[in-house]
Design a protein around this ligand. Structure first.
Ligand SMILES: C[S@@+](CC[C@H](N)C(=O)[O-])C[C@H]1O[C@@H](n2cnc3c(N)ncnc32)[C@H](O)[C@@H]1O
Length: 270
C-alpha cells in the first residue's frame, strides 16, 4: 500500500486547485484515467500476488472475515482482482464480479482468473439493481471525484440487508502533505497531518516518478455521504499497521501508533 506512503509532492503543473464539477470533468478525470493506465503495472508488481505486507497481513484477512457467509459479491475498482481471488479461495460464492475503469487492470484480472471482471467506472455500473449481498471498495474511493454518484451505485447494486465493506487510506492521517517529520533537535518523530480540512484533488508522487491521482475528503464527508444514501454504519475498525509493514522501516518506531487503514462496514436497511 505504498500509495499511502504519502510524501505528497503535488504536481501543480498538470492539475490546479480549482474546485467544482466542471473542473473535475474537464481537467482531473482525464488525467487521472491516464495515470491509472500508466501505473497499472506498478500497482500489480508492488501490491498484489503476495508482494505487499499490508494486503497479505491485514487487508485480505479483514475482507475475508467481514465477508463470511456472503454469496453474491461485487467489487468496485477491483484493480487486478486480488480481493475477489482471495474470497474465492476460502469459500464458494454464487457470483463474483469485479469492475474497474482501467483496461490494463481488467486485462490482468481476467488472466489471473476466478471472477468475472469488466471495465466500468464506479459512477455508471452496467449491472442489475439488487443483485448482490456484498459490495466491496478497497482503496478506491480516495480516487473517485464523484463520491455521491458512486455511493448511489453501491446502494443500487445491493439487495436489502446487503453489506458494503468500505476500506480507505485513513482519511484523518493520510492527508495531502502528511508524512513523518524527524525532529533532530528534540530527538522526536512526528506524523504531520497536513491540511486535513481542505478537501481537494491532487496528484501525488508516491514514489520516485510514480504519480497517482487522489481526492482528499474528511472522515465526516465520507460518513455523511454514505449515511445520506441510506447506508447504516455497523462497524468501524482502525487497525495498527501490520508487523510486516512496520519491519520495512523500523526506524519509525512511532508508526505502530498511527493507523493507515480505516475499515467501515455498512448495511443497506430493509
Ligand atoms: C489502489 S488500486 C486498488 C485496487 C483493488 N481495489 C485492490 O484493493 O487491490 C485503485 C483502483 O481504483 C481504480 N479506479 C480509479 N478511478 C476509479 C473510478 N472512478 N471508479 C472505479 N475504480 C477506479 C484504479 O483503476 C485502480 O485499479
Amino acid at each position: 500500500m505504498g500509495v499511502s506512503d504519502h510524501h505528497h509532492d503535488d504536481v501543480e503543473g498538470g492539475v490546479n486547485r480549482e474546485s467544482g464539477d466542471d473542473y473535475l470533468r474537464r481537467e482531473f478525470e482525464p488525467i487521472a484515467s491516464e495515470l491509472w493506465s500508466h501505473n497499472a503495472k506498478w500497482w500489480q508488481d508492488g501490491f498484489t500476488a503476495g508482494a505487499d505486507p499490508e494486503y497479505e497481513e491485514q487487508i485480505l484477512p479483514i475482507v475475508a472475515a467481514w465477508s463470511e457467509g456472503r454469496k453474491k459479491v461485487v467489487e468496485i475498482g477491483t484493480g487486478e482482482g486480488q480481493i475477489l481471488r482471495h474470497l474465492a479461495s476460502i469459500q464458494d460464492r454464487e457470483l463474483l464480479i469485479g469492475f474497474d475503469p482501467t483496461l490494463e487492470q481488467i486485462a490482468v484480472a481476467n488472466q489471473r482468473g476466478v471472477a468475472d471482471y469488466l471495465q466500468a467506472g464506479a459512477n455508471e455500473v452496467p449491472l442489475a439493481s439488487g443483485s448482490f449481498d456484498l459490495a466491496i471498495a478497497c482503496l478506491v474511493f480516495e480516487h473517485i471525484p464523484d463520491i455521491d454518484g458512486a455511493l448511489s451505485e453501491v446502494y443500487r447494486l445491493l439487495e436489502a440487508g446487503g453489506s458494503f465493506l468500505f476500506l480507505l487510506n485513513h482519511p484523518l492521517f493520510q492527508t495531502p502533505d502528511s508524512g513523518w517529520v524527524d525532529d533532530t533537535s528534540f530527538g522526536e518523530q512526528y506524523w504531520r497531518v497536513g491540511r486535513y480540512l481542505e478537501e481537494r484533488q491532487n496528484i501525488e508522487e508516491v514514489e520516485k516518478d510514480v504519480f497517482i491521482p487522489f481526492v482528499h475528503r474528511t472522515l465526516s464527508s465520507y460518513l455523511n455521504a454514505a449515511i445520506a444514501k441510506g447506508l447504516i454504519l455497523a462497524k468501524i475498525y482502525e487497525p495498527a499497521p501490520p508487523q510486516g509493514f512496520l519491519e520495512l522501516a523500523p526506524e519509525y518506531y512511532e508508526a505502530q501508533y498511527i493507523p493507515r487503514l480505516l475499515a467501515l462496514h455498512f448495511v443497506k436497511g430493509y
